[in-house]
Every structure is written in C-alpha cells, then in structure tokens.
Design a protein around this ligand. Structure first.
Ligand code: IVH
Length: 705
C-alpha cells in the first residue's frame, strides 16, 4: 500500500523506498521482483490504463476510506510497474497518473490564479450565545450542518472534465497562488475523477497530530504546529519536498458549474462530493436550529480525542434556496458562522519580547506577557514563532493578544485584539553571540550560524543530558548553565572530565557532596546508555532518534561504520538506500561525519567510555511473542519510557514497529494513544491494555524490573 505515514515521513513513495530495500537486501535477483522488460506498445497501453485504475482504487481505499485491501508489497509492485511502463512509453502517460504524486524537483514560481468564484471567509465568534442568536434570527426551525472547523490551510481544487486542473491557495479570496504541483502530491486528492465532471471544491489541507509529530521529530522539532507546517508546505517550490510531508485534505464545500445539475441542499452536495471519492470531515451532523446548542456540546466532548487539529465548528444552513435569499456581506455569507473554541484561549498583554537561540541556531522570538492561567498552568511567555508570523499578526510590545495552549503544544500568540506600538523586527544579529543571523532557503526562521554560540552550545548540552536522551541525573538546565558559564564545561565531552574539577566544584554555592555526587554518578551511568541514544543525543543536524534508529536498523551499528560510510567517492549512495532517509538527511550525515571538530568530539567520547556501537540484540530462549508484530503507543505506568515494553517484546521474540499497518498484530495502547488507536480499530488489530499486557507477561513467567 502507499506509504504508511500517508504521504509522509521522509519517504517519497513506498514504491521507491521498497525498491531500494530490495536492491539492498537482495542483490541476487529475487523471484518476486521481476526485472523490467517493456511489452509491445498496444499491450503496454492496456496495462498502463488498467494499473492506473487499480492504483487509484487502492489509494482511495487507503487514504480516504482507511480500509486497505492489499499489502504494501503488492501495492508497491503495481506502482513500480506503472512507473517503469511510463518511463518506457512516456507518450502513454496520463496527465493525471497516480505516479505524479511523488512530486518533481523542478523548482517553480507560483503563478497567480484568479478564482472562478470569490473564496469568502466566515464571520467568527467565540460566544455560543451569539451563534444561538444568529440561528434564532435566521431560521430556528431550519436544518443546519454542524462540522469541524479544520485548522489547516484553505485550498480550492478546480476539476475540469474530471481532471484536476488547478489547486489554488485562498490568497486574497479573489486571487490565489497556483500550487497545483504541490497539491498533486497529496495522496487523498484524486487527480482524475471517475466521471468527466467539472467541479470546484473548497477544502482544508491539514496534518494529523501524530504525523506532524513524527515529521517534526525527523526535522529536529523545527516546526511550531501542524497548521504552520501545512501552510508552509503548500508554498514549497519543489514538489518533491512537499511529497515527503504528511499532508491530507478534507473537502467541505463544492460548486458544480453544470447548469443542468441542480442541488437543493448542502447535504446533497456533500453526498455527491463523497461519491466522487473526496475525503470529507468526520462527524458532520445535520440538525435543526433548536438542536445546535446540544450538538455543539457533543462536538466539544469529542474534541480532545480527535487526531487532527480543529479550532472550532462551522455551522451552515442546509437549504440552498434559503442561502441565496440571505446572501452575503462584503466578505462573508450570512448563512454560515464559525464558532471558535475558546476554552484554551485567553487575552493578555505583551510586555516584552526576547529570543531563544536553540541548539540548531534557530532564533525563536517569545512574547513576555502579563501572566494568565491557561488549562491549569500559569503562562508568562508565548511563542511568536518567526518574523513572518509577527508580520502577519502585526504585533508589537503593548499589544493585547489572544494566547492559545493546545495539548502538548507550547503557548502561542494567536490573534491581535489591540495592536501594539511598532511591529516587531527580529534583530539581524544573534542575541547570544552577536553573529549575523542567516535565513535558510527551506525555512521561515533565522539561524545563528556560529557553532560556538554560547546559547547554542548550552542548549546542545541540555539536550544531551535530557531525560529522553542520555538521561543524566542532577544535570538540569540550571546546573548546565552554571557549569558552562563558570567554564567547567565547554562541550559534551567535557562532562566526562568533570570529575577532575570535583574539588573546585565543591567550593561553589549549592554544590555540596550530595548534589555533586548525584551529578558525577549520573554522568558515569550515562556510559551504559545504548549507542542509539549516544548517536541521537549528539544534536547533529537531522540526526534525531528516528534517523539514529533507521541507521542502526540498516546495519550502521557503530560510529566507525557511519564515519566509514561517508568516506570517498559516491559516499552517500549506500545511505540513500535506507527507506525513510531522504537526500537532505544524507547530506547532513555526510557533512557531520566528515567534520573534523565532530570527529574529534567523537574520539573524546569514545575515550571517555561511551558506547560507540550497538549492543547485540539479546534474545531470550523463551519466545512467546514470536510471529507477532507490536506497535506501542501512549503512556504507561510500568513502562517508562515505553521502550521498556518494546524491549521486552523484542527480547521475547516479537517484532516492533512504529506505525500501524495491516501487518501489525497487536497494539499496546496506553492513555493518549490517539490516531494509532483509531487506525488499529479500523484494521482489526488486537488492542492490548497495560493491564492485559502485564497479565500476558505473568502468564509467560516473564519478570521485569
Ligand atoms: S465553510 C463561504 N467549512 O475556516 C464559507 N470552512 O473563515 C466557506 N474551514 O478559511 C467555508 N473547516 O478555510 C468551512 N468545515 C468547514 C471548514 C472551513 C475549516 C476554514 C476555511 C475558512 C475558515 C472560515
């Protein structure tokens, strides 16, 4: 089937990546992977047409219905066969071929596109009473569609005679950017409809929370939230890059230009849209005016469990004739309202702005605000993300703003209520070291390029010592800052020489025998941490936990083997073979592991006794999980971090995977399981709770610490 991380991860298509795996693991011809020999043209044409149809059908089952009916392997084989045939007979290629979803690296400037209909926005309210008042005045007995307001990027899709002709951003509402090449990479958008119908659809491109997190983790946490990453993705110049991002779409309105085709209601339109195989928002409900209040409560209850971002509800009158007679104001229809959830939004005033310089050099402006209580925590800072974001909001010191806090995501300035004095400009020099900052082509952020920048180094050490990484007890932000500022440490390797300075350290205020003892023991203990932690804790560009895991899984089980892999001519080729590792990551690996400073650091860490190669995977003689494939998600009481559970599964014969597919046999799910749980239910994967898992271990006489 198409890539698991739906259009996501760093994969191009699983067809491409699978091909690489096969090349790598089966250099001798595999009977399952026939080499390509082109059939005669007539036969090829027939096969191309039939493959297109079949692939489209399976993409629909996978991306829209969430019900794949064939294995990834079978799908990839079909996809690859179509690619081969298209290469042999390019003249036969359908302009809407499903193989176009892999994107192209041709950079393109966006052409302006005049919308065929004005793309209006909605009047917003945070006040439920206002919604009910609007219903009372409009038609209390009428039917209304209540839908999620998807928090992504608004898009118009123009289909002419069944073919996707243009995908266009909202822009001014009159003119938008033609981003068709990027839109084509979104697997849930059909490039050709099954009927030769013309239709203009409106929808929202979005990302699920879990796919965002996975992608963001691979990108070293560069992105603030799914919405920012989504709208940034649509504006990427190379569609090859867009294809790697886990974008999805929901369509929520359509216009059929055929005058013969008359619809009476919104529900009829949406039924037709669904029949044309577009994904539509889940849970949409048609209710009478007097049921809207209760329906809003129902939606609110479901909100926290949703796997994708929403910022409210849209409430639309169902009857189209009634809509017409109500008409429009200058920028929004009178027949619909957006009701924004405000539970996690509060007003405050910006009293100052400062900047954080992260370990990657990224400079993040933060608004210091008058303290407010949001979702149970006192918030004193809220992120302003970057200059584009600040400009878009037009925000400065003194502004009254609305602050949001959603789930795990850090508090952010969302809206300006009263603008401040002057729109804020991020300084062009690093606030920590004074080096001139740089804007990178692939990012909206500014970066400090100085690897010795004190804040970068400090944050790098903080990351290294953090719980998720080397987990060094006693070394939190405060202590690391102290040790750095007082020249006890200048880099992570110095941590392992801290013992030498014990006497001096004991002289410092707040550093008694006990606390110094904890720190030194913590440092010593970290030498036992697995190689995968060492590798991902170095803070090397693009080499986070996921990439470290992939490298180890594909045979790069030691620092030396990686250093070796980047040496000499064609150095990156073998790394390119690893599914899930894209060209920019390979570039970063080559750059990092050829850098003399980094090699010197590695040498010091090796001397200090850190694990520079992976431990052989231990297996028990008892293999109760043999033949089973487990995915572990959510949080657990007895397994913290949750790798403790995965390690047990692997030790006792099972296989672990990071995402749910038809091949997954079990999902160990704790609270906060999210979209993986939904997917497991859909695919009939056995769901196991922590209690049931503990029972299973007990039944098999497995004891663990
Ligand atoms: S209906 C003419 N329905 O929210 C009104 N909009 O201003 C057409 N949005 O930018 C919009 N989910 O992009 C509608 N279920 C939904 C929506 C939705 C998200 C966005 C839309 C627009 C904004 C409302």
């Amino acid at each position: 089937m198409p890539p698991k991380k739906a259009a996501g991860g760093s994969k191009k298509t699983s067809a491409q990546t699978k091909k690489k795996v096969e090349k790598k693991t089966a250099p001798v011809q595999d009977s399952n992977v026939p080499t390509f020999s082109a059939p005669p043209i007539k036969k090829a044409e027939k096969e191309i047409r039939s493959l297109e149809k079949e692939i489209r059908h399976h993409q629909y089952l996978y991306y829209v219905k969430n019900e794949p009916s064939i294995s990834d392997f079978e799908f990839d084989k079909m996809f690859r066969r179509l690619q081969d045939l298209e290469k042999a007979y390019p003249e036969m290629m359908d302009p809407a071929s499903p193989t176009l979803t892999v994107g192209s690296d041709l950079e393109k400037d966006f052409v302006k596109f005049t919308h065929k209909l004005p793309v209006l926005s909605l009047e917003n309210t945070y006040n439920e009473a206002e919604i009910l008042d609007w219903i009372r005045k409009t038609d209390p007995d009428g039917l209304y569609s209540v839908e999620w307001k998807i928090d992504g990027a608004s898009i118009m899709l123009y289909y002419e005679d069944g073919l996707l002709a243009n995908g266009v951003t909202r822009g001014t509402g009159g003119i938008g950017d033609d981003v068709t090449d990027n839109i084509r990479t979104i697997r849930s958008i059909p490039l050709r409809l099954e009927e030769k119908v013309s239709v203009y659809l409106r929808g929202e491109v979005y990302m699920t929370y879990s796919e965002f997190e996975e992608f963001n983790e691979m990108s070293e946490g560069r992105y603030a939230n799914p919405r920012n990453l989504t709208s940034g993705s649509l504006k990427q110049k190379s569609s090859l890059d867009v294809a790697k991002r886990p974008l999805r779409i929901f369509t929520y309105d359509a216009f059929f230009p055929d005058p013969k085709r008359k619809f009476k209601t919104h529900a009829e339109i949406m039924n037709r849209v669904e029949a044309l195989k577009f994904p539509v928002p889940p849970d949409s409900k048609l209710v009478s005016g007097n049921e809207v209040a209760a329906t809003i409560q129902e939606f609110k209850k479901k909100k926290e469990k949703l796997g994708f971002p929403t910022d409210g509800l849209v409430i639309k009158l169902n009857d189209l004739a009634q809509r017409q007679s109500l008409g429009y104001t200058s920028h929004s229809p009178r027949w619909a309202r957006a009701f924004k959830f405000d539970a996690l939004m509060k007003e405050s005033k910006i009293v100052g702005i400062d900047y954080a310089v992260g370990r990657t050099g990224k400079i993040t402006p933060r608004a210091q605000i008058e303290p407010i209580n949001l979702a149970g925590t006192t918030v004193t800072y809220a992120t302003l993300h970057n200059q584009d974001y600040i400009d878009e909001l037009g925000v400065g010191i003194g502004a009254v703003v609305r602050i949001s806090k959603r789930g795990e995501i850090i508090p952010a300035v969302e809206e300006v209520v009263v603008p401040g004095k002057k729109v804020f400009k991020i300084p062009q020099v690093c606030p920590s070291c004074g080096t001139k900052t740089e804007k990178r082509e692939d990012s909206v952020d500014r970066f400090c390029p100085n690897p010795d920048c004190p804040d970068r180094v400090k944050n790098g050490i903080i990351f290294f010592c953090s719980r998720k990484q080397m987990d060094i007890e006693g070394l939190g932000e405060k202590q690391i800052e102290f040790l750095y500022d007082n020249e006890y440490i200048k880099n992570i390797a110095d941590l392992y020489e801290l013992e030498k300075h014990k006497e001096n350290l004991l002289e410092e205020e707040g550093y008694g025998e006990k606390s110094v003892g904890i720190i030194l023991k913590g440092i010593e203990e970290s030498k036992k941490k697995d190689f995968r932690f060492v590798l991902s804790s170095l803070g090397l560009r693009e080499i986070g936990p996921k990439v470290a895991e992939l490298l180890i899984e594909h045979g790069y089980e030691s620092m030396d083997s990686i250093v070796e892999a980047v040496k000499g001519e064609g150095k990156s080729e073998a790394l390119m073979e690893i599914p899930g590792i894209g060209p920019s990551t390979v570039e970063a690996i080559v750059e990092n592991f050829s850098d003399k400073r980094i090699l010197k650091l590695l040498e010091r860490l090796k001397k200090a006794g850190l694990k520079m190669k992976a431990d052989p995977v231990a297996k028990s003689e008892k293999q109760p999980f043999a033949g089973q494939t487990w995915c572990v998600t959510g949080s657990f009481e007895h397994f913290q971090p949750r790798e403790k559970a995965t390690d047990l599964i692997v030790y006792y014969g099972g296989k672990k995977v990071g995402s749910i597919s038809s091949k997954t046999t079990h999902l160990l799910a704790g609270p906060g399981a999210g979209s993986k749980l939904d997917k497991a239910k859909e695919l009939g994967v056995q769901i196991v709770s922590e209690g049931e898992f503990l029972d299973l271990l007990r039944q098999n006489d497995i004891v663990f610490s």
